[in-house]
Design a binder for this molecule. Structure first.
Ligand code: EPZ
Length: 424
């Protein structure tokens, strides 16, 4: 199994350019299923998850060509099946995002039930609540070793309606928007997720002829349209990658110039790092982070749906808090099991206690290199950050988690002076 070998590194310094957002490009790719005409998406990051989504779209009949680095030309003129293959869906939860557009375009969809994962059960009840509200009959079938969800629209196709989301689920909001684009009449999603990735999806759909208003607020209005046309779109930069490199500058007491960023999308991380004494200068599309200008002290974190502090930044930020002066508390409110990195950080010499969804972090840890593992994508990034400041050498296994979500991760860190390499 491949591993990362991370050695104690000096302050990271230099420039890094942020890639297209994984959590934006996946719904954008799924949305192309709604369109018979050509969709060109630029700044597509080279990630395993993107490869899986590409294979799923191709299995459904779409043609996809990378016509230039990071520029995908996708055409879903002929949908040849409305069932996504288990072996692909099983690799990535976000595959479930093809259900809404397939249902909206063809009136029927059969998708294997996505499994839970390390960070939680990750149910899809709100996705299905939305499809039912649009008039679809939703059934769940056992088939051998797995179950699949089937949704079928009524004889008139999907009919717009008002849907209240009990939790502002990102995926449910995206799936329901896509199902509603070609529906008859108007749909309102209330208590919708407000993440930037939702806004990027709505912008993409509106550019191809959809009529969506309110993306980025808690109420989204979708007026059904009859057809869509070709579109060109650039994926927004990845706000979680941005936050990860901000923390890399902070934890190593370095100075990093982050380019191709959207500072507005990382306001909570900027605010919290400033509370810790990190100097941050914000430009229109770049952020300069200085962790070398004075003592770094602790702060408290509570994850919330956007615009609150992002759950995906919780584990990387906790790694940073272990070496700040003073105690911190970290409360995780979005996922029910997102503290697996705590035992890995404690193995490196951190002193973190958890009780339910609250972690108490003692600061000033003298981290030492150890053999640890990435328990999920963002926890993997947290282990790299800890490894950069731990005495000695840290070996990180299960790094496939990291490589599914961060483009050119090793290269970007090495260019900043990190002593990190990948070994088989
Ligand atoms: C998206 O997952 C992201 N993934 C996650 O990023 C991110 O952590 C999450 O949003 C929250 O911001 C993608 O965009 C591909 P949710 P998603 O539906 O859509 C509950 C990463 O590291 N819920 O907003 O699955 C659910 O159990 C990944 O890049 C229901 O109860 O997140 C969870 O507790 C990790 N019923 C909470 O909502 C539902 O039907 C948030 O889930 C759906 C969700």
């Amino acid at each position: 199994m491949a591993k990362y070998i991370v050695k104690k590194s000096g302050p990271l310094k230099g420039e890094v350019s942020i890639s297209g957002a994984k959590n934006a490009v996946l719904p954008l790719m799924a949305a192309t299923l709604l369109n018979e005409q050509e969709c060109v998406i630029r700044s597509v990051p080279h990630l395993r998850d993107v490869q899986v989504m590409k294979e799923i779209l191709e299995s459904l009949g779409a043609t996809i060509e990378e016509q230039a680095p990071g520029e995908y030309c996708i055409k879903a003129e002929n949908i040849v099946t409305t069932e996504a293959p288990y072996e692909l869906v099983n690799k990535m939860r976000a595959s479930f995002l093809v259900m809404g557009p397939l249902l909206g375009r063809k009136g029927v969809a059969r998708i294997p039930l996505p499994g839970g994962c390390a960070i939680g059960a990750r149910p899809i009840d709100l996705h299905l609540k939305g499809f039912k509200a649009l008039g679809a009959i939703v059934t769940i079938h056992e088939e051998g070793s797995y179950a699949y969800v089937e949704a079928a629209a009524g004889p008139q196709g999907l009919i717009g309606d008002r849907i209240y989301l009990d939790f502002p689920s990102v995926g449910a909001t995206e799936n329901i928007i896509m199902a509603a684009v070609l529906a008859e009449g108007t749909t309102f999603i209330e208590n919708a997720a407000e993440e930037p990735e939702i806004v990027d999806l709505a912008n993409f759909l509106n550019k191809m002829g959809a009529k969506i208003k309110g993306a980025g607020t808690d109420t989204i209005k979708i007026e059904g349209v009859k057809s869509l046309h070709n579109v060109r779109h650039t994926v927004i930069p990845d706000r979680i990658e941005t936050g990860t490199f901000m923390l890399a500058a902070a934890i190593t007491r370095g100075a990093i110039h982050i380019e191709n960023a959207v500072p507005d999308h990382v306001k909570p991380v900027i605010a919290k790092l400033r509370e810790c004494g990190v100097r941050i200068e914000v430009g229109d599309e770049d952020i300069i982070v200085r962790g070398d200008l004075g003592p770094l002290t602790s702060t408290d974190i509570k994850t919330l749906p956007y615009p609150g502090f992002p759950t995906d930044m919780q584990s990387p930020f906790m790694a940073f808090l272990t070496v700040c002066d003073g105690k911190s508390t970290v409360i995780e409110t979005v996922f029910e099991n997102r503290f697996m990195h705590v035992s890995q950080l404690n193995k490196m010499g951190a002193s973190i206690e958890t009780a339910g969804n609250k972690a108490s972090v003692k600061g000033n840890a003298r981290l030492r290199g150890s053999e640890v593992m990435a328990t999920d994508l963002r926890a993997g990034a947290a282990m790299v950050l800890a490894g950069l400041v731990a005495e000695g050498t840290t070996e990180i296994s299960e790094i496939y988690h990291i490589e599914r979500g961060y483009e050119n991760f090793i290269e970007k860190f090495a260019k900043l002076g990190a002593n990190i390499k990948r070994v088989e």
